[in-house]
Write a protein that binds this ligand. Structure first.
Ligand code: AOF
Ligand code: ZN
Length: 351
């Protein structure tokens, strides 16, 4: 085929993959248990004639959405997709069939589909005479929109991001228990963005007693977003009547256990892939100890408290050599706060 193996930055295929990546990012939190995928169709002259992203199950896959928009203009064109097109009939017919029916002559995808039933799309397309290339922007796709789903495919468990906001001396509340607001408005707004992109938000009963959090996604105007993540409360203490997590703004489930794996199994059963763990220290300690935190997003505020609970409760460390080791993959300013992103030393990286 004529397309170069590694397109330059001004290449329409590369630009299309950037668009597909952004499209995939835009549907994070809405597609589980399916992966959020983006697709762009270029016509034979390299012009964008269709864009699409995975719809909530059992809705169409990204390729089908993009092909619908492209119509006849897809014939002889190129499909650019963040995930290898599926070759199986699941909730929806195979995307390989849709691409062949549409008459595309080339397909570029970023990441191979590891799902046993859906994989093999590249071979199916090649066998039908379509030029197929893979790997373009694969690292960014795998570390971004596909990160949680790839983790779930690999481990069978949802992906967990532990988010916390602490003072410069690592505390999440003052000695009297007050914690509003440790982080600044920019960080608090970012947290709504994080919640928006996950399937479930998890807290311990201790946090429900201490802070009575609402755990909803709100816009800048304070209004509830149309789609809300599942609210999850973990612990054996029960929840006080009238707690805000029990209102009708979003669905809530309670797990009367302290075992992270019981929680993970329960969430996996519900099709949850991407989890935001929001505290508090006791629950976070249990998750870290069990090796069930896959990424940390820490907001560190330039304030000092001197006393009060630390961000992390007991996590099975009794001497320095037992410390849980993390690799910092990003440090950014968030208003007046510092945001630190970290992954386990054995982790995969990403945003
Ligand atoms: C694609 N494009 O946009 C997505 C894909 O049950 P189904 O039919 O919805 O298929 C689910 C599987 O398809 C899922 O496990 C994954 O392997 C793949 N997802 N494939 O070609 C898409 N979301
Ligand atoms: Zn598909």
């Amino acid at each position: 085929m004529n397309t170069p193996a590694v397109p330059s930055t001004d290449d329409p295929v590369r630009a299309a993959m950037e668009t597909a990546l952004a499209l995939a990012d835009g549907v994070r939190g809405t597609t589980s248990p399916n992966p959020p995928v983006g697709a762009v169709i270029l016509d034979a002259d390299g012009r964008v004639v269709g864009t699409g992203a995975t719809q909530p199950p059992p809705g169409p896959h990204a390729e089908v959405m993009a092909l619908r928009e492209a119509g006849e203009r897809a014939r002889g064109g190129t499909a650019v997709v963040t995930l290898e097109p599926c070759s199986h009939h699941g909730r929806t017919p195979p995307c390989t069939g849709a691409l062949l029916d549409a008459g595309v002559s080339a397909v570029w995808f970023a990441v191979s589909d590891p799902h046993p039933a859906a994989s093999g799309g590249a071979e199916v397309l090649r066998a039908a005479g379509v030029a197929v290339e893979s790997g373009l922007l694969a690292d960014r796709v795998a570390a971004g929109p596909l990160r949680a789903w790839l983790h779930r495919e690999r481990t069978g468990r949802p992906h967990v991001t532990w988010k916390y906001a602490a003072s410069l001396d690592g505390r999440v509340a003052a000695v009297d228990g007050t914690s509003r607001w440790i982080s600044g408005p920019t960080s608090r707004a970012q947290v709504h963005g994080l919640r928006q992109r996950v399937d479930a938000v998890v807290v311990g009963t201790g946090t429900v007693f201490a802070d009575d959090p609402w755990l909803t996604v709100r816009g800048e105007d304070g209004r509830l977003a149309p789609r809300q993540p599942l609210r999850v409360v973990v612990g054996t203490r029960g929840i006080p009547e009238g707690a805000r997590v029990l209102d009708s703004a979003a669905e809530t489930v309670v797990f009367a256990t302290r075992d992270p794996d019981e929680v993970m199994a329960g969430l996996a059963e519900r099709g949850v892939v991407d989890v935001l763990l929001e505290g508090g220290p006791t629950l976070a300690g249990a998750f870290v100890r069990a090796g069930r935190v896959d990424r940390i997003v820490a907001y560190v505020a330039p304030s000092l408290l001197g006393a009060g609970p630390a961000a992390l409760g007991p996590a099975g460390v009794s001497t320095i050599t037992e410390a849980h080791r993390w690799r910092v993959e990003g440090v950014t300013m968030s208003g007046e706060d510092v945001r630190i992103d970290a992954v386990p030393v054995t982790g995969e990286g990403g945003d």
